[in-house]
Write a protein of this length. Structure first.
Length: 320
C-alpha cells in the first residue's frame, strides 16, 4: 500500500427526517398534495452541482483537523500529466528538515580512491582479450535489459492516477467557508490545481452553493486519535479507514515522505487499516480481521496517528 489508495469507503450518515415526511398531506380533490416547487428546485440544483464536478473532474472536500474544519478541492490525474507541488520554500522554513537534508546529501557523496582506480586498470590489462570481450558483452546486455525495465516502470508510473489538491508550494489551502473558497478560485491566485485543463471552466462556473462535499469526501481527522484511545471495542472502522485514505492522498500530493512511510505496506498502521477493512467486509475475513485487531496496540496506533495528524496540520495554510 505504498501508493495512495483511491477507493473510498462511503460513510452512511442519516439525514435528519423532516417532521412532515412520515405521511403525505392530502387535499380535498387530488389526494396527495403536489410537491412544493422549492423542493423541486433544490433537487435540480443538487443535480446541477454534481454535474459541474463531474465535468471538470474535480471534487470539493471537507477536512476536520484539531484546529478546525475547512473546505478544499481534490482531483485525480495520471502522474505524467502533473507537476508536483514545489516544497522548496516550505522545507527551508523547517530547520529540522533542512538539517536532515544536509546530512543526507553528505552521506550520498562518493569518495573516489585513486589506488582503487589504478588497481581496476591493472586488473583489466591482465585480462585476456576473449574474456574481456565476453565481460563487455554481458555488461552491455545487462544494461540494455535494465534500461528496458526502467522504461516500462516509468511508463506504468506515469499512467497511474494520483491525487492533487488545492495547494501551493507544499501547503494545503483550507477555507473556513464555501464563499472564501469560491473567492479564491475566481481570483486567479497561483495554485497546483491551475495546471489542470478544466480549471478555467471551474473558476468561471463555480458558486458557493456548489461547495457541498459528498459524504465520502468528508473526513474527520480530528476524531481519529481520541477514537483509537478508546480501545478496540470503540474503534470506528469507517472513520479510521477514511482517515487512512485522505492521509495517503495528502502525504503523496504534499510530498510528506515521513507520513507515507508510516502508512506504507507492512507498517503497523497499514496492518491496522487492513484488519479494519476485513472486519467491514464480514464473513470469515471479518472474523480473522477482528482477531488481528486485538493484536494491535491501541496506544501505539493512537501515537502513530497523532504524529500523522500533526504533520498534516503543520502543512495547512488556513484561509478565512
Amino acid at each position: 500500500m505504498g501508493n495512495p489508495k483511491h477507493t473510498e469507503v462511503s460513510v452512511a450518515r442519516q439525514s435528519p427526517q423532516r417532521p412532515d415526511a412520515d405521511e403525505p398531506e392530502l387535499d380535498d380533490t387530488t389526494g396527495a398534495a403536489e410537491p412544493d416547487d422549492t423542493e423541486d428546485t433544490g433537487r435540480a440544483s443538487t443535480s446541477a452541482d454534481r454535474s459541474l464536478w463531474d465535468e471538470v473532474r474535480i471534487d470539493p472536500v471537507e477536512i476536520a483537523l484539531p484546529a478546525g474544519t475547512g473546505f478544499t478541492l481534490r482531483a485525480y490525474r495520471p502522474a505524467g500529466e502533473l507537476t508536483p507541488t514545489d516544497v522548496t520554500e516550505r522545507d527551508q522554513d523547517d530547520p529540522f528538515l533542512a538539517r536532515r537534508q544536509v546530512i543526507e546529501e553528505e552521506d550520498d557523496e562518493t569518495v573516489v580512491i585513486l589506488d582503487e582506480e589504478l588497481a581496476e586498470e591493472f586488473a583489466e590489462s591482465d585480462e585476456d582479450e576473449p574474456s574481456r570481450r565476453r565481460r563487455d558483452a554481458d555488461a552491455t546486455g545487462d544494461t540494455e535489459t535494465d534500461e528496458a525495465d526502467d522504461e516500462d516502470a516509468t511508463d506504468e508510473a506515469d499512467d497511474e492516477e494520483v491525487p492533487v489538491f488545492l495547494s501551493h508550494r507544499g501547503k494545503l489551502l483550507l477555507f473556513k467557508t464555501p464563499e472564501s473558497l469560491v473567492s479564491f478560485i475566481r481570483s486567479g491566485a497561483p495554485n497546483d490545481l491551475s495546471q489542470l485543463d478544466s480549471w478555467n471552466e471551474l473558476s468561471e462556473r463555480v458558486e458557493p452553493a456548489d461547495i457541498a462535499p459528498l459524504d465520502e469526501d468528508t473526513y474527520e481527522l480530528d476524531l481519529v486519535v481520541e477514537n483509537l484511545r478508546g480501545g478496540h471495542d470503540a474503534w470506528d472502522s469507517t472513520l479510521l479507514i477514511e482517515a487512512g485514505e485522505i492521509a495517503r492522498d495528502l502525504s503523496y500530493a504534499l510530498r510528506l515522505p515521513a507520513v507515507l512511510d508510516m502508512l506504507s505496506a507492512g507498517s503497523s498502521l497499514d496492518n491496522l487499516d487492513e484488519a479494519l477493512r476485513a472486519t467491514v467486509n464480514g464473513g470469515i475475513g471479518g472474523f480473522m480481521g477482528r482477531r488481528r485487531l486485538k493484536k494491535i496496540g491501541a496506544q501505539t496506533a493512537s501515537l502513530g496517528w497523532r504524529t500523522i495528524v500533526g504533520k498534516i496540520s503543520a502543512v495547512v495554510d488556513w484561509r478565512d
